[in-house]
Design a binder for this molecule. Structure first.
Ligand code: CP
Ligand code: NVA
Length: 310
């Protein structure tokens, strides 16, 4: 689809059902070529600037390796070693980088900073996680789900835990892929009300189910996927202890998973904390597909890079 060329990839809300289906099918194509050992380098001579003001293992490695495999080059730009960390305005950074690189990937705290970057950049901007959204991860998760279930429409994803960036991206993406979504979080740690309202509109329009609850058992009842994420995200380290207490009863363990479909999948974006949001027996057990999700980051991001930059 030519219309994705030059576009940013920041939030699922900016994409139509058709565009997302195209990205998913392009991910499958790109993955197949890679697995077949086919040389596929539509980004020869292109450079991706990767800004990180937060830590990363998967995102950094998969974007950097992905650019290399596509024939291009990736630059790691740490917030603290660039002028960004010394307060150079985002608008200036965006305009300067746009003179050098063909695309910018950014992982940072405030979502508004990514919107600001995109506003002033003349090249595509890819959101590689903000405090509000993590769309690359959810696209990889959806590819993983499709690979394991051969379908998406009508499946139910139950997210148990913090109403954070992962939960938000799931809420925004699920209806557009025909997935039902349920989110169970404790009081005080629920999803952003604005995002919930917007996602509910999409669910209504597209005829999918959306349940927001405090009850993990209600969420996972007959679910096809149980998803969780850390209780304290990057930037919330100081709240660790308080959060450990607040999330008691929200651990994904055998007891909770008994309520899901017998062939449910367990998913987690990683990194994980065994014994906190998930019991070791689940994440290391037969239902877990967490390393497939991690692998698929590479393939979906290559598709995003090709669609927006080639
Ligand atoms: N899931 C994910 O984004 O991992 P990293 O923080 O390691 O990039
Ligand atoms: N919610 C987590 C996701 C990490 C990939 C965080 O923001 O730290």
């Amino acid at each position: 689809i030519q219309r994705l060329k030059g576009r940013d990839f920041i939030d699922f809300k900016d994409f139509s059902v058709e565009e997302l289906e195209y990205l998913l099918s392009l991910s499958m194509t790109v993955k197949k070529k890679f697995k077949a050992g086919e040389l596929y380098q539509p980004l020869r001579g292109k450079t991706l600037g990767m800004i990180f003001t937060k830590a990363s293992t998967r995102t950094r490695v998969s974007f950097e390796v992905g650019m290399y495999q596509l024939g291009g080059h990736a630059l790691f730009l740490s917030g603290s070693d660039t002028q960004i960390g010394r307060g150079e305005p985002i608008a200036d950074t965006a305009q300067v980088l746009s003179r050098y690189v063909d695309g910018i990937m950014i992982r940072t705290f405030a979502h508004e900073d990514v919107l600001e970057l995109a506003k002033y950049a003349s090249v595509p901007v890819i959101n590689a996680l903000t405090d509000l959204h993590h769309p690359c991860q959810v696209l990889a998760d959806i590819l993983t789900l499709h690979e394991h279930k051969q379908t998406l429409r009508g499946l139910t994803v139950a997210y148990v835990g913090d109403g954070n960036n992962m939960a938000h991206s799931w809420l925004m993406a699920a209806p557009k892929f025909g997935l039902n979504i349920r989110v169970a979080s404790p009081k005080g740690y629920t999803c952003d009300a604005g995002i919930v309202a917007e996602a509910k509109e999409w669910a209504k329009q597209l005829g999918t189910e959306m349940i927001i609850t405090e009850d993990p058992v209600e969420a996972v009842q007959q679910a096809d996927v149980i998803y969780t994420d850390v209780w304290a995200s990057m930037g919330q380290e100081a709240e660790q202890q308080e959060r450990l207490r607040a999330f008691q009863g929200y651990q994904v363990n055998e007891e909770l998973c008994k309520h899901a479909k017998p062939d449910y999948l367990f998913m987690h974006c990683l990194p994980a904390h065994r014994g906190e949001e998930v019991a070791a027996e689940i994440i290391d057990g037969p239902h877990s597909v967490v390393f497939d999700e991690a692998e698929n980051r590479l393939h979906v991001q290559k598709a995003i890079l090709v669609a927006t930059m080639a």
